[in-house]
Design a protein around this ligand. Structure first.
Ligand SMILES: C[S@@+](CC[C@H](N)C(=O)[O-])C[C@H]1O[C@@H](n2cnc3c(N)ncnc32)[C@H](O)[C@@H]1O
Length: 204
């Protein structure tokens, strides 16, 4: 999403002036209202791919414990939902975009789940931390090589019985990403397909 300043949503420090916005959506019967801003991904509405992911994947629940990863958290919609529905879990919200991290932290506080959420730049995540679940609407626009590198970095951090949920638009390569993941040795199930998006369930 290049703006007049040349920023992309994955720019580390967006130079686009912050324009406060609010994004409202409903997941699993609960209404959310989160702050967003220019300079972050899908600042004006819940991204349709993220909506499909949160509607179709198996959300964690009250019995879920351990660390969950929201890879590429943006302003934090996935983090907010995960922390709300899984109060015994810790959610690590990771993004390269500083403004996205700030918004996610303030949204977690606003939802009353700030104590459960750790917002971090990728290199700030402790190296020995294993994730019970990884959730992502990954940054396809960074290009295939960089996307593969991102997944090669984070998927191996799943616990042995961990599960990853990804949403990818079919026209942006959802099916070829699925094939690539299988080639890398992952078990990949096309869990759901809706509105042109694939929800992939990935395990060891
Ligand atoms: C498609 S957006 C999804 C944002 C948010 N989860 C949502 O659903 O609205 C992908 C996010 O990944 C972030 N990102 C890009 N490269 C990354 C990297 N190497 N590590 C972590 N996050 C990255 C972008 O800044 C962006 O916020």
């Amino acid at each position: 999403m290049a703006g007049v300043t040349g920023d992309h949503y994955f720019t580390a420090e967006p130079s686009t002036p912050a324009q406060p916005r609010e994004v409202q959506f409903t997941v699993a019967g609960r209404d959310y209202a989160l702050a967003s801003s220019a300079g972050v991904f899908s600042a004006t509405r819940l991204d349709p791919g993220t909506a499909v992911l949160l509607r179709k994947a198996e959300l964690p629940g009250p019995a879920t414990t351990g660390a969950l990863l929201d890879l590429g958290c943006g302003f934090g919609p996935i983090t907010g939902v995960l922390a709300t529905v899984a109060p015994a879990a810790t959610v690590w919200a990771v993004d390269v975009n500083e403004r996205a991290r700030e918004l996610t932290a303030s949204n977690a506080a606003r939802l009353g789940v700030g104590d459960q959420v750790r917002v971090a730049a990728p290199d700030e995540v402790p190296a020995d931390l294993e994730f019970a679940q990884l959730w992502s609407n990954p940054p396809i626009r960074v290009g295939k090589d960089e996307l593969h590198q991102l997944l090669r970095r984070w998927l191996p951090r799943l616990a042995p019985d961990g599960v990853a949920w990804l949403v990818v638009a079919r026209h942006l390569g959802g099916d070829s990403l699925q094939r690539w993941l299988v080639e890398q040795g992952w078990q990949v199930e096309r869990h759901a397909s809706q509105k042109g998006f694939r929800v992939l369930r990935i395990t060891r």
